[in-house]
Design a protein around this ligand. Structure first.
Ligand code: NAP
Length: 495
C-alpha cells in the first residue's frame, strides 16, 4: 500500500467539521460534492471558560446599570446584587446573573454571593425622594444645580451607607477570590462542556497520518495518540474551538499549565483572532517522563508563527482577546529547526489544569462614595457656599457622615480598595474629561456615564489600590480613559 493511501479523508472531514471550517472544503477540487452531499456544517455551541466574576452592588441604580452594561460589553462575567430580581430584569434584561439581597440585612448576603468573585463595584446609595406633595414645578434640585425638598425614603443612611457597606466588606474580606491566579480549565472537575471544547487537530489537514485525541481520565485531561512523519507530516495537536466571547486575561502575566508528560518537547499556542489558519503564538516546553511539572508561559515570550515559521511583523499579542488554545507535539521547532527530542510513535501528555497567572494587584472593591463626605464637620468651610448635598446633610439623616463611616470600614478592611467621590451626578451622555483631586474640596458635576467608564478603567489599574479621591468633569479638554489611569497613579495612597 502506498503511503498516500493511508491518509484518512474521514478524519480530515471530522477535523474541519469540528472546528467549523467546512466552507474551506469547497476550495478543494473534487472534494466538495463528495463531502457536502448530505452533510452540513454543524453549528457548534458557543463556549468559553470563565474568568473571575465582577459583582456589582446597586446594579439597578443610575451608575450601577451603566457599570453592568460596560462590563458585559467587555466580556466580564457579571453578577448583579439587587433587591428585586423581577424589577432588575426589567432594567437590566434577562442575560445577566442576579443575586437577590438587601445590603442592610446581613442574613440576605450568603457566601454564595461571592462565588468566583474577584472584584466588587459598589454603587449602592440611600434612596432619596422629594418630600410628599413636592411637584416638578417646585423642583429646585436638579443634577446638583437647583434643589427640591428631598427626604430619605425606606432605609436610613446609617443602615445603607454604613451598616450595609460593613456587611459587604465583611463578606468580601472572607470570600473574595485571589485574582492573581485565574482558573481557566480545571480538568480535576471537568464537565462534558469542557471536554467538548477541545478537539484533535493533526497533520491530516496537510496530508499526514498522525492521529491524536483528547479525553478526560480520572481527574485529568489527556492528549495522546500517535505521531508520524509519513506523507511529510509530523505533528499532532489538540485545540479549543473558538471561545465566544473571547477570553479577557488583561492584567495577567501568562498561562500556567500543570502537566505530566513523557519527556517530549511540546508547544502551547494562543490565538488572538478567530481565523482557522492564521497566526498562532507559541511557546515550547520540555516535559519529564511521568513527573508532574509546572509550566509558566509568559505572554511576553510567545512567538508568532504561521505553520511553524516565525512571522516577522506579526500583530502584537492581545491578551484581552484570546480566542483559542492549542497543545502540540511537532517534529519541527521554528523555521527549519527540528524538535531535539522528537520521536515518532505513541505519546501522552496529561493536563491537570490551565490557569492565568501573575494577575496584577488590582482593586478588589471599588466604591462610589461622594464628594463632600468630610465637609459637614469641617470648621474651615463656609457651609452656605457648599453644594446642596452638604447643606442638607442633617435634613437627610447625616447621609454624608454615614458615607464617611462606610468609607472608613473599607479603608480598614485589608481589601485592596478604591474609593471614588464624585461631585454632583448628571445624566449627560457626551464624553467627558475628568479632574481628580484629594482633600475633599472639589466642586462641580460629572456624569453617571463617565463614572461608570472610570470604574471599568480602575478594575485594571493596580495603582488605584488604597486610594480615595474626588472627581468632577473638566472642560479643559476631553482626556481619555487611558490618561485617567495615569492621573490616578499620581494620586497619594491613603495613610
Ligand atoms: N446624586 C448625586 O448627585 C450624587 C453625587 C455624588 C455621589 N452620589 C452617590 O453615588 C452613588 C450612585 O448614585 P446613583 O445615582 O447611581 O444612585 P441610585 O440611582 O439611587 O442607585 C442606588 C442603588 O442602590 C441600591 N440600594 C439602595 N438600598 C439598597 C439596599 N438596602 N440593598 C441593596 N441595594 C440597595 C438601589 O437599589 P433599588 O433599585 O432596589 O432601589 C440602587 O440600585 C450613590 O451612593 C450616591 O449617593 C450621588
Amino acid at each position: 500500500m502506498s503511503q498516500q493511501t493511508n491518509w484518512n479523508l474521514r478524519r480530515f472531514v471530522q477535523t474541519l467539521t469540528y472546528f467549523d471550517v467546512i466552507p474551506f472544503l469547497s476550495k478543494l477540487p473534487g472534494v466538495k460534492p463528495m463531502i457536502l452531499g448530505n452533510q452540513t456544517a454543524t453549528v457548534n455551541p458557543t463556549v468559553t471558560p470563565r474568568t473571575g466574576t465582577i459583582l456589582v452592588a446597586g446594579a439597578t441604580g443610575g451608575v450601577g446599570k451603566r457599570v453592568v452594561k460596560r462590563l458585559q460589553q467587555q466580556n466580564y462575567p457579571v453578577r448583579a446584587l439587587v433587591r428585586s430580581i423581577e424589577r432588575a430584569r426589567s432594567i437590566l434584561g434577562e442575560d445577566l446573573e442576579f443575586y437577590e439581597g438587601d445590603i442592610t440585612i446581613a442574613d440576605s448576603l450568603k457566601p454564595e454571593l461571592m462565588d468566583d468573585v474577584t472584584a466588587m463595584i459598589c454603587c449602592t446609595g440611600t434612596r432619596i425622594e422629594p418630600v410628599e406633595g413636592d411637584t416638578p414645578d417646585r423642583q429646585k434640585y436638579y443634577q446638583g444645580v437647583t434643589y427640591y425638598e428631598p427626604e430619605v425614603a425606606e432605609s436610613t443612611p446609617e443602615a445603607v451607607e454604613y451598616k450595609g457597606i460593613n456587611n459587604l466588606v465583611q463578606l468580601a474580606s472572607n470570600y473574595i477570590k485571589d485574582a492573581s491566579y485565574q482558573p481557566i480549565f480545571d480538568f480535576r472537575q471537568a464537565s462534558d462542556d469542557t471536554k467538548a471544547i477541545w478537539g484533535a487537530l493533526d497533520d491530516v489537514v496537510m496530508g499526514g497520518v498522525s492521529a491524536s485525541g483528547f479525553s478526560i481520565e480520572e481527574n485529568k485531561g489527556v492528549f495522546s495518540g500517535n505521531v508520524s512523519t509519513e506523507n511529510n507530516g509530523g505533528f499532532a495537536s489538540i485545540r479549543t474551538r473558538n471561545f465566544d466571547p473571547p477570553l479577557n486575561l488583561s492584567g495577567y502575566e501568562g498561562i500556567y499549565l500543570r502537566v505530566k508528560g513523557d519527556g517530549n518537547r511540546y508547544k502551547f499556542f494562543l490565538r488572538f483572532d478567530t481565523r482557522w489558519d492564521g497566526i498562532g503564538y507559541a511557546y515550547s516546553f520540555d516535559t519529564q517522563k511521568d513527573s508532574w511539572i509546572d509550566v509558566y508561559v509568559p505572554f511576553s515570550q510567545l512567538k508568532p508563527v504561521f505553520r511553524a515559521k516565525l512571522v516577522e511583523d506579526a500583530p502584537p499579542i492581545n491578551e484581552s482577546q484570546i480566542y483559542s488554545m492549542q497543545l502540540m507535539l511537532s517534529k519541527f521547532e521554528y523555521n527549519k529547526e527540528l524538535n531535539p527530542y522528537f520521536q515518532p510513535g505513541a505519546f501522552r501528555l496529561e493536563i491537570e489544569q490551565i490557569q492565568a497567572y501573575g494577575g496584577a494587584k488590582t482593586p478588589q472593591l471599588i466604591m462610589i462614595s461622594s464628594a463632600g463626605v468630610t465637609r459637614p464637620s469641617r470648621s474651615d468651610l463656609d457651609l452656605s457656599q457648599e453644594p446642596p448635598a452638604v447643606q442638607m446633610n442633617d435634613q437627610l439623616g447625616g447621609i454624608l457622615d454615614w458615607k464617611l463611616a462606610g468609607e472608613n470600614c473599607i479603608r480598614n478592611s485589608g481589601l485592596r480598595y478604591t474609593i471614588i467621590r464624585p461631585c454632583a451626578l448628571t445624566e449627560e451622555t457626551e464624553s467627558q474629561g475628568l479632574r481628580f483631586d484629594q482633600g475633599d474640596t472639589l466642586k462641580g458635576q460629572v456624569s453617571r456615564d463617565t463614572i461608570a467608564s472610570l470604574c471599568l478603567e480602575l478594575l485594571n489599574t493596580p495603582d488605584a489600590a488604597h486610594k480615595t479621591f474626588e472627581v468632577s468633569k473638566t472642560d479643559e479638554e476631553v482626556n481619555s480613559p487611558q490618561s485617567w489611569r495615569q492621573q490616578v497613579s499620581q494620586l497619594q495612597p491613603d495613610s
